[in-house]
Design a binder for this molecule. Structure first.
Ligand SMILES: [Zn+2]
Length: 142
């Protein structure tokens, strides 16, 4: 399913850049501060729904952490998958955490020449891996 701005507009306040929070316009749970959405008769957390719609399924047992601390925010760039203890998930022989992979993916939006090498240095991985992430050849499930 391809999500376009038109689909999202009635649901969220989309900012001008990936750095802006996308605030949920639907129901907000007064106790938790999280947005709620009803989908196929089930009540879902709005940020989890958004993450799964745009990024992909959330692995079993893992939770979504708001990096921006704004519980109403459903911007997938501000969400990271963590386990209940907040530990990083490691896999595919890399040293990257899911949060870092999401940051790398977010950086693709406005990437400039040299960003691959810059990110590779920042995260201490090869620039080939950065490009593999951008092209969906690595960490496609994140
Ligand atoms: Zn946010």
């Amino acid at each position: 399913m391809t999500i376009t701005g038109q689909v999202l507009k009635p649901l969220v306040d989309i900012g001008d850049s990936p750095a802006d929070c996308w605030e949920w316009r639907g129901t907000i749970n007064k106790n938790t501060g999280y947005g709620k959405k009803t989908f196929n008769g089930k009540s879902l957390l709005a940020h989890r729904w958004m993450y799964e719609t745009i990024v992909g399924p959330i692995p079993e047992g893992l939770v979504i952490n708001h990096k921006c601390s704004n519980t109403k925010c459903v911007n997938p760039h501000h969400l990271e998958v963590v386990d209940q203890a907040g530990n990083c998930r490691h896999g595919k022989g890399t040293k990257l955490s899911v949060g870092e992979v999401l940051e790398i993916k977010a950086a693709k939006t406005n990437k400039k020449w040299g960003d691959g090498a810059r990110l590779a240095k920042k995260y201490n991985v090869t620039s080939a891996l950065i490009h593999d992430i951008w092209n969906g050849r690595a960490w496609a499930d994140v």
